[in-house]
Design a protein around this ligand. Structure first.
Ligand code: SF4
Length: 509
């Protein structure tokens, strides 16, 4: 296994790790098996932290990519996966496709090692082999779907080996609905570990921080300039920014816990929030986006730190005119539908509305939490339909019904929009990878959005160009008439329904 270095990419990705039979596609059975294997406690906690939506299996990439990415981005942290080879292949591929410059450790298994408990012994051995304190601060071991369902007991791994911390987490697709929330699973587990260390005695001093102003920790992977912009915005309150969680090295966890408050810029960090609150820190929702969002957020931060109302007003007066000016200089007049799974959808929606866009629908794969309540209420007040835990079907139905000038969404939504001749943008790569905070964020969206909207004619020409190549089963160039046989399809559908009914009856026995 090579030593961890940093990942170069700041961008999450739209590629799905392929679902596997018996894996993503049979969540109910795996959940039942996991409970029978003694994983009830963790699954109940996940059910409370990450309530499921209308679907019980991931609709985007494998959730474990979220926690894998958090571990791979940290210095002196090694990552070991335990799961089916196809899942690990997909996760490893996606990690390296997006710039991971270190290896992903893997402990393979077969039915025998899984059933006899040898897999746990193999994991334990691999962790002991890896635990070199000269190279590592921590090792993260992750159970994917099948080992979680089989109850492979990572909690029985030692807490530390030769001073290297061992963090075992279960990240099954049948318990953690999105890759965003999987980031919270690992971040929360690491923060819990660091909190216990800090409570037990002195811990390492964070590197580099010379500022003695009170600091505000930030939760959420943002555009790299956003934390700096936030730092400038809270400077008039006499505050500085603390670490961004998920952190890049272990000792930043102590620095984050040392902050009197944390800002949940992304709203899905439920376990992480619990750890901050357990350490006696207050947690502030929403973010400094647009005019109203910035005014309310600066007031909430100021109140959390006991800053006087005059000083809060001074900070608001210092920033709001610049944000209003940036919004006025970059207007958007299009009708837009917006959906995504990064957690920043509601913040982007606020910016779009304040830029002048009409936004009838926002869908997010993330759940409603205390941290996004204010954003949801603000959007509802502007007449926006906000759908939490939105499914792909919800997002596509909204886009098809509204027929917007621009559809911003995940890969399948964008694909569908293109086939309908609707200009579209990927939320993950083209929208969430932009500055959103303060004056920098206020003007950043208009250019890309207005350019995409101007593509309407080109989309129509493309639609015309591809009109004759057919759709679905009949797509492509055919020498004769496609032999579609809807009767075969109907027969097969009947067989599938019969099989499903038999499986349901079997469940009831
Ligand atoms: S770990 Fe689970 S959710 Fe992820 S690809 Fe494998 S079966 Fe699917």
């Amino acid at each position: 296994m090579t030593m961890p270095e940093d990942m170069s990419s700041e961008i999450d990705e739209p590629i799905s790790v392929a679902p596997v039979d018996g894996g993503c596609s049979s969540a109910a059975e795996l959940k039942k098996a996991a409970k029978a294997a003694g994983a009830s406690e963790i699954l109940d906690r996940y059910a409370a932290d990450y309530p499921m939506g209308p679907h019980d299996k991931p609709q985007s990439m494998c959730p474990a990519f979220g926690s894998l990415r958090v571990g791979l981005r940290m210095k002196r942290v090694a990552t070991v996966l335990s799961g089916s080879a196809c899942c690990v292949y997909g996760l490893s591929f996606v990690s390296h496709f997006y710039g991971a410059r270190r290896s992903v450790g893997y402990v393979p298994f077969d039915s025998e090692t899984l059933v006899t408990g040898k897999l746990f012994e193999d994991i334990r051995e691999s962790v002991f082999d890896l635990a070199d304190p000269d190279k590592l601060d921590a090792i993260v071991v992750t159970n994917l779907c099948v080992p979680t369902a089989s109850g492979v007991p990572l909690r029985l791994l030692p807490d530390e080996i030769n001073g290297v911390r061992i963090i075992g987490i279960d990240v099954p697709g049948f318990g953690v609905p999105t890759h965003a929330e999987a980031k919270d699973v690992l971040t929360g587990a690491m923060l819990a570990y660091a909190r216990k260390e800090a409570e037990a005695g002195p811990v390492q001093r964070p590197e580099g921080r010379k500022d003695d102003r009170p600091a505000l920790a930030l939760m959420g992977e943002m555009f790299p300039a956003d934390p700096m912009v936030i730092g400038q915005m809270i400077a008039p309150l006499g505050l500085a920014t603390g670490p961004v969680v998920p952190v890049r090295e272990w000792r930043e966890l102590y620095a984050a816990l040392d902050c009197p408050a944390a800002a949940a810029i992304h709203p899905f960090y439920t376990a992480t929030t619990r750890e901050f609150e357990a350490a006696g820190r207050s947690v502030i929702g929403s973010a400094p986006v647009g005019v109203d969002g910035t005014a309310a957020w600066l007031a909430a931060v100021g109140e959390a730190y006991g800053v006087s109302t005059d000083r809060i007003a001074a900070a608001q007066n210092a920033w709001i005119p610049a944000i209003s000016g940036a919004l006025a200089n970059a207007p958007i007049s299009a009708t837009i539908t917006l959906s995504g799974y990064e957690g920043s959808e509601l913040l982007v929606a606020r910016l779009l509305i304040e830029s002048g866009a009409k936004l009838p629908y926002v869908g997010t794969a993330c759940p409603r939490t205390a941290a996004n309540q204010e954003d949801a209420a603000w959007l509802a007040d502007k007449g926006v339909k906000v759908k939490f835990r939105a499914s792909l079907e919800d997002d596509c139905a909204a886009m098809e019904a509204i027929q917007p000038d621009l559809a911003i969404g995940t890969t399948p939504v964008v694909q569908k929009a293109k086939t309908l001749g609707i200009p579209s943008l990927y939320f993950t790569n083209l929208i969430s990878a932009r500055p959103l905070m303060g004056p920098a964020g206020a003007g950043s969206l208009a250019q890309v959005i207005n350019a995409a909207c101007a593509n309407k004619d080109r989309m129509a020409r493309m639609q015309g160009f591809f009109e004759d190549v057919g759709q679905g089963d009949t797509a492509g160039i055919w020498e004769g008439t496609p032999n579609v046989r809807p009767d075969f399809r109907a027969l097969h559908q009947k067989k599938l329904e019969k099989k499903a009914r038999a499986a349901k009856a079997q469940e009831m026995i």
